[in-house]
Design a protein around this ligand. Structure first.
Ligand code: MV4
Length: 430
């Protein structure tokens, strides 16, 4: 809504009955209610969304970062209805949505992948041979999964056959697709991803990395750029690999190529996200670019051939969730009786909330993104601590106190941590 307003493009918000008072609705020129709170009745209901687009004469749909943002069928229906889906076309989404296909595509493009099976597992003996060759532990991943859903680690051959059968059954239940493949299990990795941007004319650039290693149960909590764990040479190689990945599928728009970084500094392709991501603001701050504006401009056919972006300083994002970190991060919906957001130099808050807004219980618990930008990582951490102190939320529990404590730990300050930091139980609020 904000990017469109600056571009002189009028906007229509679609919303469920639960989101009538959300800021995205207030920032839009028009709003259409598309149904009751449950996703299947509103935000996942393709006919209702297309009807809203048709009655308001919309030229394009921006899919955001949840719900249908990576749904190839939705992108296809938009296109066949004469509405531009702001993002890559259905074929690219499908290619990257099937993780085994994505892996094969990356191998063909010369992008490093984790050693593993050459395709889906069809036979137990062949799987045993693959596992012996790459060495235990291995990880079984569902091809239709992503974001960690349905993965299993196997430590020796004795468990393998049973683990594959279980994984296949679970994958069938969860995704309607029983396909699984095997990779070597990388221990204590970091999650480092590269932002890419492609236009419709074959140009692809990258906008550096984001380190998203601070996660809890596959939910990112803090993201930063640059990564404290890579040096210039790795950064250059990872950037080149990400550009090769996007170019290989003739990508369009903003995308993210996720890598696992191992203890030795080797990196491997994990997944490609064919949408704008929650954590995109850290890249925006470091590269002085509005990525949503770039999505809209590239969707409209603009070239990026003459564009250049240069990084400056360090940016960090803390996700402020309506959750109680003292009780297992359980959801904490309700009224934001006080909602005082921080400001001042180098501080940004992206939120759909405001004082008196009621956080509905039906959706993701993210209520605000707090982003800081500074010259160095140390200054960015101090600025974030200052901003977290200014942030006052009364009425619900949030992750603010958790962030305050986490940012003061030696592990975070030194930059020496891996994806197990929060889940290993060594760090808690209480
Ligand atoms: C892995 C892995 C170790 N080895 N693959 C989790 C999310 C999904 N994108 C892939 N994930 C992982 N894949 C191999 N071969 C460890 C993880 C993983 C992880 C990755 C990134 C950030 C946090 C994580 C937490 C647990 C496991």
């Amino acid at each position: 809504m904000q990017s469109c307003r600056e571009l002189g493009i009028s906007t229509v918000a679609v919303h469920s009955t639960a989101d009538r008072n959300s800021l995205h609705v207030r920032y839009a020129d028009e709003a259409v209610c598309i149904g009751p709170p449950m996703g299947k009745d509103s935000y996942l209901n393709v006919p209702r969304i297309l009807a809203a687009a048709e009655i308001t004469n919309a030229d394009a749909i921006h899919p955001g970062y949840g719900f249908l943002a990576e749904n190839a069928d939705f992108a296809e229906v938009c296109t066949s209805s004469g509405i531009k889906f702001i993002g890559p076309d259905a074929e690219m989404i499908r290619k990257m949505g099937d993780k085994n296909t994505a892996r094969k595509t990356m191998i063909a493009a010369g992008v490093p992948v984790v050693p593993g099976s050459s395709g889906l597992i069809s036979d137990g003996n062949e799987a045993l041979k693959t596992a012996e060759k790459i060495g235990y532990p291995i990880i079984i991943k569902p091809t239709a999964g992503g974001g960690g859903k349905g993965m299993r680690v196997v430590n020796d051959g004795g468990e393998l056959g049973k683990a594959i059968a279980t994984a296949q059954n679970e994958a069938q239940q969860a995704f309607g697709n029983s396909g699984v493949y095997i990779e070597k299990f990388i221990e204590c990795p970091r999650h480092v991803e590269i932002q890419v941007l492609s236009d419709q004319h074959g140009n692809t650039i990258h906008l550096g990395e984001r380190d998203c290693t601070i996660q809890r149960r596959h939910q990112k909590l803090i993201e930063e750029t640059p990564s404290p764990a890579i040096h210039e040479e790795q950064r250059r190689k990872m950037g080149e690999a990400a550009v090769a990945a996007a170019a290989a599928i003739n990508y369009e728009g903003a995308g993210t190529v996720e890598f696992l970084l191992d203890k030795h500094g080797n990196f491997y392709f994990m997944e490609m996200n064919t949408r704008i991501q929650v954590e995109h603001p850290v890249t925006e701050e470091r590269y002085s670019v509005d990525l949503v504006r770039e999505q809209i401009m590239t969707a409209a056919g603009e070239s990026i051939a003459q564009r250049s972006f240069s990084p400056k300083g360090h940016a960090i994002e803390c996700r402020i969730n309506a959750e109680d970190p003292e009780h297992g991060f359980r959801p904490s919906p309700g009224e934001l009786q006080v909602f005082h957001t921080p400001g001042g130099y180098g501080v940004r808050v992206d939120s759909h909330g405001y004082a008196s807004y009621k956080v509905p219980p039906h959706y993701d618990s993210l209520i605000a993104k707090l982003i800081v930008h500074a010259d160095t990582r140390e200054e960015a951490i101090e600025r974030m601590l200052r901003a977290l102190d200014e942030f006052i939320v009364v009425g619900i529990k949030t992750t603010i106190p958790f962030h305050k404590k986490l940012l003061r730990t030696e592990a975070f300050r030194s930059g020496k941590f891996d994806t197990g930091f929060l889940d290993s139980g060594g760090f808690t609020l209480s």
